[in-house]
Design a protein around this ligand. Sequence first.
Ligand SMILES: Nc1ncnc2c1ncn2[C@@H]1O[C@H](COP(=O)(O)OP(=O)(O)OP(=O)(O)O)[C@@H](O)[C@H]1O
Ligand SMILES: [Mg+2]
Length: 339
Amino acid sequence: MSSIDIGIDLGTANTIITVGGKGIVINEPSVVAYDKKKKSVLAVGEEAYRMLGRTPEYIVAMKPLADGVISDNVMAEAMVSEFIHKVSGSMLLKPRIIICVPSSVTDVETRAVVEAALSAGARKVFIIEEPIAALLGAGIDISKPNGYMVVDIGGGTADVAVVSFNGIVKSQSVKVAGNKLDEAIIRYVSQKYKLLIGEKTAENIKKTITNVYNPTGLKKMQVKGRHLLRGLPVTMEITDLDAAEAVAENVMEIIDNIKSVLEVTPPELIGDIHENGIILTGGGALLGGLDKAIAQETRVKCYVAENALECVARGVEKAFSLSEELLDGFEKISLYRYK
Ligand SMILES: Nc1ncnc2c1ncn2[C@@H]1O[C@H](COP(=O)(O)OP(=O)(O)OP(=O)(O)O)[C@@H](O)[C@H]1O
Ligand SMILES: [Mg+2]
């Protein structure tokens, strides 16, 4: 009997778990609900998400990863071990686990996650860096001396990295991604229309009508909120022009980050990137017109990877099969930081 491999993409917004041979088995919000009286985890994922903002005092329902960093070690550990228990419940042998953590997570925080996986019964835990996983998941062969640029835009961070020969050559991350865009939409709508909308409504506007490349004003959406002056619930119409203006500054920040990585990338690799194009992954990559806006600003072609939301998780899953050939000198090639 062989042991099972569990891959975890521990994202700010979503945690995706793969189990060897079965593919993705969990894709749920990174939320944990904890019972302070019993000192135990009540729920994780979807179930805990529904409890956000709706719990009595002795229960905490929270997102332990904020802005792409672990804001609460104890809760993050509790969430990770509960997720692992969920998928490994009936496994007889201890699993090998690869975890992908956001790139801005510190070593100490990473340790906490590794400890959580070990105490949840892992035989061996590896950490994989997000850009490496994203490229593997996008189906790119990163084992050759050929440069690729990947931009992973999640909920908390937009990570830009240049990868060649299995390793990260240059990388930089900004804490401007999906969540910040939602906040910008909330601010814009409240300032322009005196309408207070919730986070979920803002996210919906972002996903449904936003186009940051060529908004026409023709795409419209009815949104519900509370009128800030009158205090009553109202419905108003928002256009794609509003949405584009709302997120413009944040989008520029993401593009500036890409430009600044391009500026410090060695010339040979710049040539490769021109040839290969910039690859976008993560949920934020799906923002309407973002690929075109990036291509226009950087003058490098740019495309969204297939299944952008799942790239990192698919890459983590693939990394298990590469572990044999990559096992020697793992530390050096930055694929796995822990053995
Ligand atoms: N169609 C869409 N258009 C714009 N944004 C989208 C779309 N679909 C999902 N998103 C956004 O993508 C983000 C989630 O992406 P993803 O699951 O890649 O993040 P994550 O991996 O949890 O975060 P991180 O990598 O920063 O830790 C959310 O902010 C969500 O609103
Ligand atoms: Mg991610």
